[in-house]
Design a protein around this ligand. Sequence first.
Ligand code: HEC
Length: 106
Amino acid sequence: MMKRFALVMTLCLSSSAYADDVAEVWKAKCKSCHGDDGKAQTKMGQKESIADMSLAAWQAAESDADIRQAIAEGSPKNSKMKAFKDKLTPAQIDALVGYIRTLKAK
Ligand code: HEC
């Protein structure tokens, strides 16, 4: 019984550490342009007409592979969206794809 409890606790702790980590990466490296909520209501967002990631239509149009590609390689349409493959690990990029999915408006 105690063993099972300990296991559940470990799982909870490690998954919240993971969530904190990706949220930190977002804040440090993405938020300045894309905003806290992915709506891109920032100076850069307005200037460059960055898409609102919370929109269901945006979420539906972008596959996980599209999002991963944009983060890793940057955008071919706008050089302000830089390639992050040298700055982030593949695991961090995957976590960001998951994080972007959570930005979809409920
Ligand atoms: C200096 C500003 C800036 C920063 C910082 C930035 N982006 Fe972007 N991002 C952009 C712009 C501008 C676009 C629009 C590109 C376009 O229209 O193709 C964009 C587009 C995107 C897209 C969508 C690409 C598409 O196909 O429509 C994704 C996904 C994305 N960014 C993720 C991220 C993530 C994750 C980070 C942090 C690791 C990040 N961005 C940091 C400026 C930025």
